[in-house]
Design a protein around this ligand. Sequence first.
Ligand code: ME8
Length: 504
Amino acid sequence: MKKYYVTTPIYYVNAAPHVGHAYTTIAADVLARHKRARAVPAHLLTGTDEHGLKIEEAAKAVGRHTIDFCDLTSAKFRDLWKHLDIRFDDYIRTTEKRHEDKVQELFALLIKSGDVYKGRYRGWYCVSDETFFTETEAAPDDKGRRLCPNAECRKPLQQVEEESWFFKLSKYQGPLLDHYAANPGFLAPAHRASEILRFVEGGLQDLSVSRQKVKWGIPVPGDESHTIYVWFDALINYWSATAGTSDLWPADVHIVGKEIYRFHAVIWPAMLMAAGLPLPKKIFAHGWWTVEGKKMSKSAGNFLDPYEITREYGVDAFRYFLMREMPFGNDGDFSKAALKKRYNAELANDLGNLVKRVVDMTDNFLGGRLPSKPEFKDDDHAASVAKRAGEIDAKMDALDFSGALDVIWEVVRGLNGRVNEKAPWKLAKTDMTECEKVLFDLIWSLRLVARWIEPFMPCKAAEMQTQLGVRLVLDPLTAEDVLNGVQQHPGEIRKSPPLFPRKE
Ligand code: ME8
């Protein structure tokens, strides 16, 4: 059976990971966990992009051998993913032989088919973006400087004039436009798809895909005085990592940041077409985070370190905030004030306090045990909660993570309202049968909520399940289970510490 195959960009190893890298990787993990929870086998690939001038120069700057430097930084990414509870299935590094072999194989194939040919490149190159620019794109500014046209970068460009291998990108303008038209979900979200359409409709130029002066790269097969352009090399990772498997390719979704969308939505599909390989099903470009209203940059020294945030708020609250604060596809700002606000209002108060109240009352009034078999009727609250499952799944499937959380929090707020309205502490004195029923209903609803938040907050979901007398198991509760009153590993429901202690 084909697995649901989701990828993140492979990150450059010139610097340590920051909150932006964490964002994409957490999103991919949330999606993969959601699929697994619905019994869809999912495969998550992440990794590091290690060739090219930028890495070579970064290693030189700290006096290390390039590969030692790559080993060190790649390990930092991998360690961070473990710290952030990312359940990746594979971790690819472009300096691995399994990748290099496939890149050379594909390059040789395209030389043979004529889609890669030799010519002479004259133009400009941005080392920081690892991107070529034409004479017109690199036109001098009013001070005569040639700066990277990417507004986020603006670093000085290098002039390049050398023999080069080219990829016939221009040939794929028509086939790409046909593919976009025939596969409406291929480019997402819609507002970014239109940017790509306009770009491709404007005409495509053949792309220089080798460098003679760059030594840190994969040699062109049969022409070792050239190394393969780092982007051409890097994009292939999604496919090279599937070598020897038959249940992964094509990828179901590549998740990337908006700044590298063109590489993924134009060049990569054209490369695959040239190689006669199936195309991924979806390429999703999310937006960018600023930090406290400013762009993250070396010069501003404001790269936000995920370890710093998680030390204070824990891993799950960090994951939650990233997925909640900014709708997937839009831009947003990461501020400590916003994090604290959401933490206290939504996690400590809405959810944490609710769980604590319900669990404490179940312990106090029912001795920590629920009656054995619920009899849900259509108008029971738990039944109406269970009916929201389809809505949440649909939003998750559409990568609308904040939308899914909106629905979950509507449920959570509804449950809070119910606790206040039914006042089980009063019922405990007047009508024990009704008190049992109300708590029963609340516990069952919360068990579902715990299942829904698992992709976002795996640890807290497990803790919550334990508090609710169920253990998070590989076959988690479904809405149907709840309606059928299936009890998994029922345990006692005892007073427990708050899931999210308030931050003062
Ligand atoms: O581009 N907000 O690697 P990279 C949101 N190696 N996401 C951000 C972000 C921000 N401020 N900053 C970074 C590369 N990201 C290439 C990719 S793929 C074949 C090769 C995330 O280390 C976002 O996913 O510069 C972005 O696309 C990626 O990190 C860029 O990472």
